[in-house]
Design a protein around this ligand. Structure first.
Ligand SMILES: *Cc1c(COP(=O)(O)O)cnc(C)c1O
Length: 217
């Protein structure tokens, strides 16, 4: 689908949900996409992108940032603690804060630098053993621990289990965010973003629907 088709579908979903058009941020997930496709989407006016790998983002975005004003890059993949320093220099937001050791590292980097990317706490809403994210029952305590470290997460993020109805997961995430006074909700991907918008998503992460299939994952 073209960028304008995705944008039209997003606007329709916003209107259907009684939300203001333009209130949901479209994150174009450009991981493993050739530079010419990313360049084309930049030329069409898209400015917010998502990446999964620190190394790949480091190779790609400094040049694109130099060529296009107003670019924002969001880290949406798992973040190793030993890459945190590079990540805070590269990214405007990190959607995958998922454990105390990473919170501690980000807090100490924030103190040294006097600023920090926007942080979303990833929640493993399906309690899947192989998946990253704070378990639903641990979210309130984890957020308290973050705040005790002077980190102020802006929202929650989830990746619902494959092959299940995502809507209960979106609802759970929205409820947990509300309980904790967080306004950001990073949820919804190519296959389910209209449903996520209906459930209150503030950030949707759309890759394959926009760029076509990735060569590998
Ligand atoms: C790759 C990825 C996406 C994009 O997925 P599509 O199904 O291609 O839209 C969204 N969120 C995360 C965390 C991802 O890793």
């Amino acid at each position: 689908m073209s960028l304008s088709e995705i944008r039209a579908r997003l606007t329709a979903a916003e209107l259907a949900a009684g939300r203001t058009p333009g209130s949901v941020t479209l994150i174009a997930v450009s991981k493993i996409q050739p530079d010419d496709r990313v360049h084309a989407v930049l030329t069409e006016g898209q400015r917010v992108f998502g990446e999964n790998y620190v190394q790949e983002a480091a190779g790609k975005w400094p040049a694109f940032r130099a060529a296009f004003a107003g670019v924002q890059v969001h880290m949406i993949g798992p973040l190793q603690t030993n890459k945190a320093k590079q990540a805070v220099e590269l990214f405007d937001a990190i959607h995958t804060l998922d454990r105390p050791s990473l919170a501690q590292k980000l807090a100490s980097l924030a103190q040294q630098r006097g600023r920090c990317p926007d942080l979303f706490v990833q929640v493993n809403t399906g309690s899947e053993p192989q998946k990253a994210g704070v378990l639903p029952g641990d979210v309130d305590a984890f957020l308290r621990d973050c705040r005790a470290l002077d980190l102020s997460p802006v929202g929650l993020m989830c990746i619902p289990p494959d092959g299940t109805d995502p809507i209960p997961h979106f609802r759970t995430l929205a409820q947990m965010a509300g309980q904790n006074g967080l306004s950001g909700l990073s949820m919804g991907m190519s296959s389910d973003f209209p449903a996520a918008v209906a459930e209150g998503a503030t950030h949707i992460r759309v890759g394959s629907a926009l760029f076509g299939a990735r060569r590998s994952a």
